[in-house]
Design a protein around this ligand. Structure first.
Ligand code: TTP
Ligand code: MG
Length: 346
């Protein structure tokens, strides 16, 4: 069986861990843009969720909903990353087959009495002062759905025999890969429930969505999914090329960088990643290598990639008197896109 673990209100729980007096109060973790009055909610504890506050909400709106005792704190990713490593250490003592997918989530293989083992893992997590929810199922897709089922502090097993019933209770939008656009299209075709999707004729579905997407929707509806654990999270994505001519011209080099950024952007998107560090690499005609890099707030767009590279290239040209032959672009400190917030919305 495959298990999926997802920490409960992770960033907020980490803060309550080091400041237990906050446990009694609604806690909201913020990502500020300019000052403490503009930005967005990264996450919040379950008390704050009862007030209607949630991840991704504009800070203004969250403040309107907050009570006097609600505490707003700035996100401290370094601290949360350390806690995330402690979680990984716990999992590693139970199994070596682990796929970490974000700062607070991982899939792992569980054999034997899975529920007993999951209870032990939950107890170990509790000894850190945090709580987690675990889902156990025959594949990753179902395990992830199951871990969200009884949140917080949940434990849910979906066996082979119960997966049909389990899925029937879900909304179609809960199926992985069903966004609001797909949902709308399905609705237009009269497919409103997982049950409808399970029963719809394959040809009709393929006419509407194309064969590949139709097959993937069908697989989800009957609870099929991958069990493959991809261990070792990718640490960086990079691309390097030899320029058509050697150059020390900012304009010329940027033209090449833009092309690299386009290719890198596709790979970053296909892997559903966002990045926190950008590096440019220059190699001159004597094979000397120069790098310049910058750490940034989580970014994912091509535009940000190009803008930061532009500054880095300028710096490199000013500081080194080199004629470059090869040029490269690298993004690192990767995070999963779905669990990080896009501030562009605000
Ligand atoms: P989630 O696991 O989605 O949320 P959570 O752990 O806070 O709450 P839940 O109990 O529902 O699992 O995300 C993990 C962390 O990622 C979260 O604590 C903060 C961060 N995050 C953001 O910064 N922005 C977001 O939009 C989301 C969804 C999460
Ligand atoms: Mg979580």
């Amino acid at each position: 069986m495959i298990a999926h673990i997802d920490m409960d209100a992770f960033f907020a729980s980490c803060e309550e861990l080091r400041r237990p007096e906050l446990k009694k109060k609604p806690v909201v973790i913020c990502i500020y843009t300019r000052n403490k009055s503009s930005g967005a909610v990264s996450t919040c504890d379950y008390q704050a969720r009862e007030l209607g506050i949630d991840s991704g909400m504009a800070l203004r709106e969250a403040k309107d909903k907050a009570t006097d005792e609600t505490v707003f704190l700035e996100a401290d990713h370094d601290f949360y990353r350390r806690k995330s490593e402690e979680l990984l250490a716990i999992l590693s003592s139970f199994t070596s087959k682990i796929q970490k997918t974000s700062i607070d989530e991982a899939y792992f293989r569980l054999g034997g009495d899975e529920v007993e083992k999951a209870k032990k893992i939950k107890a170990r997590v509790e000894s850190l002062g945090l709580t987690a929810s675990i889902g156990i199922a025959p594949n990753k897709f179902l395990a992830k759905l199951a871990s969200g089922d009884d949140k917080p502090d949940g434990l849910k097993k979906v066996g082979k025999d119960s997966k049909k019933d389990f899925l029937s209770e879900k909304d179609i939008i809960d199926l992985h890969g069903v966004g609001s656009k797909t949902e709308k299209k399905l609705e237009e075709a009269g497919i409103e429930t997982v049950e409808d999707l399970r029963e719809v004729n394959n040809t009709i579905l393929a006419q509407k969505f194309g064969r590949e997407k139709a097959a993937s929707l069908k697989r989800k509806a009957i609870g099929k999914g991958s069990r493959k654990l991809e261990s070792g999270e990718q640490k960086q994505i990079s691309k390097i090329k030899t320029m058509e001519r050697n150059s020390r011209s900012h304009r010329y080099i940027m033209k090449e960088i833009k092309q690299l950024a386009g290719e890198l952007d596709k790979r970053i998107k296909s892997k559903q990643k966002a990045f926190r560090k950008i590096t440019i690499i220059g190699i001159d005609t004597e094979l000397n290598q120069y790098t310049r890099s910058t750490k940034i707030d989580t970014a994912e767009s091509k535009k940000e990639l190009i803008n930061h590279s532009d500054r880095l290239i300028r710096r490199l040209i000013e500081e080194e008197n080199a004629s470059l032959r090869r040029i490269g672009l690298r993004v690192s400190d990767l995070v999963d896109r779905n669990t990080q917030m896009t501030l562009q919305k605000f």
